[in-house]
Design a protein around this ligand. Sequence first.
Ligand SMILES: [Zn+2]
Length: 347
Amino acid sequence: MTRLLPTSTAGSLPKPSWLAAPEQLWSPWKLQGEELVAGRQDALRVTLAEQDRAGIDIVSDGEQTRQHFVTTFIEHLDGVDFAQRETVKIRNRYDASVPTVVGPVSRETPVFVEDARFLRAQTEKPIKWALPGPMTMVDTLYDAHYKSREKLAWEFAAILNREARELEAAGVDIVQFDEPAFNVFFDEVNDWGIAALERAIEGLKCETAVHICYGYGIKANTDWKKTLGSQWREYEHTFPRLMASGIDMVSLECHNSHVPLELIELLRGKKVMIGAIDVASSAIETPEEVASTLRKALQFVEAEKLYPCTNCGMAPLPRDLARRKLAALSAGAAIVRGELSLALAAE
Ligand SMILES: [Zn+2]
């Protein structure tokens, strides 16, 4: 990537209202069968056009073909019974009725590879593809088979690795694993979470990323954030071990959070996607606010390793709001890009 400060999104973007009910997670599809397949492809074309229009440099599918960033992947696996539900606490935060692991988990056919091929055919730009991370997958299930979070995570890591290799072959430039659970289970992260993530990226030649955030802008998450105090130092537990890992890029929540930005110093040398757009607020950032976040981050990340991004996915936001936030992200990045090239010219 030759352009400085290439912009991207953390992953999900709002779906058109003709495809799924707007402004909610796990939103049910409004189409069925062949119409649903065609509708999802149309939504993918639309989300790509919107990212282009907003000036986003590294584009994604906006997760238009998934109901949810974790559940949809798991639905395609054997060994998980979606009819057998148990209530568990997700990320130690909220109760949810979840499917049960009833036997060995396996992936009979690729999950997103056709979608990635379709997206690849629509654009010349670099593509980032998000997959759930092994620990976050484990945390959304009741396990009646392995009875070990670690064992189940290793099984998922092997499955994710096969999917990621096929995504790479389909032309994906960056495979990203979403691990919000890394901000909660620090002992497990260091015991086996990052090791499982490294298993998931084994042998990949494309770039690899991990997205660690404080969650979508839903009430359970915003309530939890209120309990975290004035300094959010969760990243401090994970970054040293991530720094030693083979992961190329780390995607973080920054703008409007209480994360002390100096924690990013712990990742010096890695590429860092800086969340400069708050997905939990309906206020649209000004380009200057975005630029201000990026300038602060530049104290701790080399300019050529800084990737302006959103804090998290935007699936639950109104479409127009998401569009305008993406435009602000691009405009803010352009301001700082201009400053950097002036500084370079002055040297
Ligand atoms: Zn996120």
